[in-house]
Design a protein around this ligand. Structure first.
Ligand code: ZN
Ligand code: ZN
Ligand code: ZN
Length: 312
C-alpha cells in the first residue's frame, strides 16, 4: 500500500537530526526508526545499556588512561574518521566499542561517532532498474561514518521464518552478521529493516561498493551495523555496499555450517532463495549481472576480513 506524498519530504519525519530527503511521489510503507529495535526472538533490548563505561573527565578520552580505549583499542581519529583497524593473525579485525551512556566523558568525545547518528544529507531516489537507491548530496571522505543499517533485531529462527515466507519477487532485507569471538565461539546478529528501519534499508548492493559495513557496539552487546565510506565519495553518487560482505563467490549458506541446530541444517537447502545482481560491476561480479546473492549475508569488518573478533 502506498501513500501519495509531495516530493522532497523528510522520510524520517524529524527523527534524524538531518532530513532524509525523498524524491518520489509514493512513499514505501514502513516505520522509520533511526535505531535498532527488539524484534521476535531477540532476548536483549538493543536500547538497554548493558556495557560498562569509563570514568574519564576530559572532553575526549585519552588513549593512555581511558578504560574503554585501553580495553578495546582506538577505532577513530580525533575527527571521528575510522582508523585502519588492527588485525589478528587470522585476518579478523578488532571489534569497535564506542563510549556509552555510562561513560563520564563529554558528548563530543572522539570515541562517539555512530551513536551521533546521521550527519550527512542523503536522498532516497528511484533508480531506473534497481528500485529505490540512496545517493549523497555532499562529498564524503574515506572512513566517514555514513549511516546505520537499522531495523528489527530478530533471532535466527525468526529470520529463517520470514525469509521462507517471502515471495521470490519481494526484496530481502535481512542481514546476518557473523562475528568470530576470540574464544572460538561465534556471535550472529540478524537485522530486518523491512517493517521498521532507517535510510539504510534503501541502499542497493554492489560488487564494487563505496560503503562497507562494520558492527559497532555502543551501549549494548548487540552491535549496530554501521556503514562507512570505503573511499572518497563525490556528491550525487549512489551509495552501495556489498550485501555478501565480499564473499559472493562463496556459498554463503555454508557459513552457517558450524551450527548443529536442525533448523540450520535445513536452511542449507531450503534457504537458497537467490537474488539477481544488478550492480553492473562487470569486472568484479563473478558472473556479470547474474551473480548470486544469498539471503544469508556474512558481513565482514574492514574489507576482506571474514568477521570481527569479539573478545569478552
Ligand atoms: Zn569517551
Ligand atoms: Zn574514557
Ligand atoms: Zn568510555
Amino acid at each position: 500500500m502506498n501513500v501519495s506524498v509531495r516530493p522532497a519530504v523528510d522520510l524520517s519525519s524529524g527523527l534524524e537530526d538531518v532530513p532524509v530527503l525523498f524524491e518520489g511521489l509514493t512513499l514505501p510503507t514502513f516505520q522509520y526508526s533511526p535505531d535498532n529495535v527488539q524484534g521476535p526472538g531477540c532476548t536483549v533490548d538493543p536500547s538497554e545499556v548493558t556495557l560498562p563505561g569509563c570514568s574519564c573527565l576530559s572532553h575526549s578520552c585519552p588513549t593512555e588512561s581511558c578504560s574503554c580505549l585501553q580495553t578495546h583499542g582506538q577505532a577513530y581519529n580525533c575527527t571521528g574518521t575510522l582508523l585502519e583497524l588492527s588485525r589478528t593473525d587470522f585476518g579478523y579485525c578488532s571489534p569497535v566499542f564506542e563510549c556509552n551512556a555510562l561513560c563520564t566523558c563529554s558528548d563530543t568525545c572522539s570515541n562517539r561517532v555512530v551513536q551521533r547518528g546521521l550527519r550527512l544529507k542523503l536522498e532516497v531516489f528511484n533508480t531506473c532498474n534497481r528500485g529505490w537507491g540512496v545517493r549523497t548530496l555532499e562529498e564524503i571522505p574515506h572512513g566517514t561514518f555514513v549511516c546505520e543499517y537499522a531495523g528489527e533485531v530478530i533471532s535466527f529462527g525468526e529470520a529463517r521464518r520470514r525469509q521462507l515466507g517471502q515471495r521470490s519477487e519481494e526484496n530481502n532485507y535481512i542481514i546476518a552478521v557473523r562475528e568470530h569471538a576470540g574464544t572460538g565461539s561465534i556471535t550472529e546478529t540478524f537485522v530486518d529493516p523491512a517493517q521498521v528501519g532507517n535510510v539504510g534499508r534503501f541502499l542497493n548492493h554492489s560488487c564494487l561498493p563505496n560503503l562497507f559495513m562494520l558492527p559497532v557496539r555502543v551501549h549494548s552487546v548487540i552491535p549496530r551495523l554501521a556503514l562507512f565510506a570505503g573511499r572518497d565519495i563525490d556528491a550525487q553518487e549512489e551509495l552501495t555496499f556489498d550485501y555478501s560482505g565480499g564473499h559472493t563467490s562463496q556459498n554463503p549458506v555454508e557459513l552457517l555450517s558450524t551450527q548443529s541446530d536442525a533448523d540450520v541444517q535445513a536452511s542449507r537447502t531450503d534457504g537458497l532463495q537467490r537474488k539477481a545482481c544488478h550492480c553492473g560491476a562487470n569486472k568484479t561480479c563473478p558472473a556479470g549481472f547474474t551473480a548470486i546473492i544469498s539471503p544469508w549475508h556474512n558481513v565482514p569488518g574492514i574489507p576482506m576480513a571474514t568477521g570481527c573478533v569479539y573478545r569478552r
